[in-house]
Design a protein around this ligand. Sequence first.
Ligand SMILES: *Cc1c(COP(=O)(O)O)cnc(C)c1O
Ligand code: SF4
Length: 362
Amino acid sequence: MGQDWIDILKDSVTRPEQLLERFRVDIEPIKRVAEVYPMFISRYYFNLIEEVDDPLWKQCVPSPLELEDPYGHEDPLNEEVMSPVPGLVHRYPDRVLMCVSNSCATYCRFCTRKRKVGKPVINFSDEIYLAQIKYVKENPRIRDVLLSGGDPFMLPDEKIEFLLKKLRRIPHVEIIRIGTRVPCTLPQRITPRLCRMLKKYHPLYVNVHFEHPREITEEAERACGLLADAGIPLGNQSVLLRGVNDSPEVMKELCQKLLKIRVRPYYLFQMDPVKGTYHFRTRVEVGIKIIESLVGWTSGLAVPRFVIDAPGGGGKIPVEPNYVISIDDDKVVLRNYEGKIFIYPQAPLREKVVVPAHACVR
Ligand SMILES: *Cc1c(COP(=O)(O)O)cnc(C)c1O
Ligand code: SF4
């Protein structure tokens, strides 16, 4: 076994002066940013940085651009308003997002919850957890509970088990999901002991959070392998980041490498307009082009769904390249991944089949 994850965390890089251990940079501007948006980099992740301003540096070292953001909101997804209980966001009819932790193994500079990172606004306690669980229990339409944060895996095993056990006792909770960046930023946290505990609470899904192929290391592979061996299906959520992964080549390498460590790409997020992250934003067309460069050109399993989380809190909206050129009563004209045109003959129009325009709107 390697070093204990708690020990690795104690050795984290939190003061800009520590950057000088490995790099030659002017830390004065970095210090000013870190006073507003704290810096916290696990020693493991810090060691993955190869040079100043490389794709991993950009993700975790404060940039003066964070303070120059002319756009952006503190809470673009309106999470605070949609929160009936502290930390719980109920946006969709059948599922909730339950923030259960304030801390992360590394603070991502592009975080959507940048307003909260490193500045606990909720002091998580058993009372808060029990209030969240009570809300789930009293709302029988909730069949899917997503534990998030912060990072749920920053909690001790016992606290995670406390939450899982209570949620599992609620008959209408069909699936539980955990969103975590720990397999990427502190893979040592994924221990056989944690996995033995988790597997008692199936069906359990874990979504991990890798942004760049260089994050797929032997340690990350070991962490994801342990989770997968515990029977947990793994998905990945990436954020499309300017200068980090905003090219078809990098994204294809990332998605293919994820499949090799048994992680299925799930979402590719367009950056939320969060204050202090403007410099990471790409134009939406960039994401569409990336998806086009994947569809058909690599395994369908490697293609994530590109989504925009609607500002104001409308949920995730898929943004897809268009492969349908026209559609009428007789035929659908399609283009394939290479741009060749194909015609699909429609089934005959049957009378009396009335399809409501918005079948699922209640
Ligand atoms: C992303 C999100 C979910 C889960 O969405 P899926 O599309 O089911 O993965 C649930 N609640 C909130 C508030 C979310 O932001
Ligand atoms: S791990 Fe997630 S919650 Fe934590 S800083 Fe990164 S993006 Fe934000």
